[in-house]
Design a protein around this ligand. Sequence first.
Ligand code: ATP
Length: 346
Amino acid sequence: MAVFKPENVEDFYEIGEVLGGHFGQVRKVKERTSGSLWAGKFLKIRRSACSRLGLDRSSVEHEVEILQAIQHPNIVALKDVFESRAEVVLILELVVSGGELFDFIAEKENLLESEAIEFMKQILEGLKFMHSKNIAHFDLKPENIMLSDKVSHPNIKLIDFGLAHLFNQGEEYRSTSGTPQYIPEVISCQPLSTAADSIGVITYIGLSPFQGDTDEETLKNIIAMKYEFDAHYFNLTSSMAKDFIQKLLVKNPDRMTAEECLLHPWIKVARRNRSSINMRNFKRFNARRKWKMSYNMVWACNRLVNLRLLCKNSSDPDPLQRQCESDVEDTESKPASLLRRRLSSS
Ligand code: ATP
């Protein structure tokens, strides 16, 4: 069982700038005794069962237990956990300066397949380790793949284990969380396994392989696993890379596992590979991905405003709503926690 320290986090850490998360729940923090820097993930806890705001304590316990079980160089490390009346704070290894992997790549003029493979290998090593412990991430997407040092030796760190799951022997697990573009199984609510942590779409590096002209078409493409290697974008891509992607963009159980991926010739002969990635296409995809994220944020803000208006306009709130008044107060001080929990996933 994870230990949640009841002390005030601010007695031990100086709280610094916002690093990310919706409305900034992940902040840089400085340990007062050593001066060392960490990332503090502030998670608001639901105060009553009827509350729509914040998280169940059990879901936070779950995230903590999983992080404690997977200590690996390619997975963000958990140092400490603090708990107050309304909040749990995870003290995590600070992923310094690198930022998101995709942003790092998008800044580059050129990217050889051999360089991309080095990143893939690290992602796969992290996944292989987790999967060997029967843990699946279930939210593997560009935003959750960070680089710890982009100058000398870029080191991949997988973050955000909020949707991760530890499988019991023989367990059948279904979930509708997770991003369909990256985990096709969530659309049809099929049982999930560690195979859902596929890097197929991430490796495709370009427009999302299943992107249609409309959302409906995109969903259909995902369900049918329909995609193609457009010659215009993939003329520089090696046939081994395409073979690798093809073996991932298939339905489970035919999909390669992380362990099998590491044995694929494309990954194994990385150093000799001089093919390039189409950067124009990649940059376009990344810009579009960022735009979509901002769009989702605006949508979430509007929802929040509407929610608050609803609460204010109601002259005779029902008893349940009254019980939830504390949540409304919370929005005044920290809208962050209100909106949190895996908006991007739904
Ligand atoms: P979201 O809802 O956006 O997925 P979340 O609340 O689940 O967010 P995380 O995904 O864990 O939280 O973190 C949000 C963002 O905070 C990350 O995209 C990243 O930019 C930043 N971040 C998280 N953990 C760290 C870390 N250990 N070091 C540096 N930055 C971090």
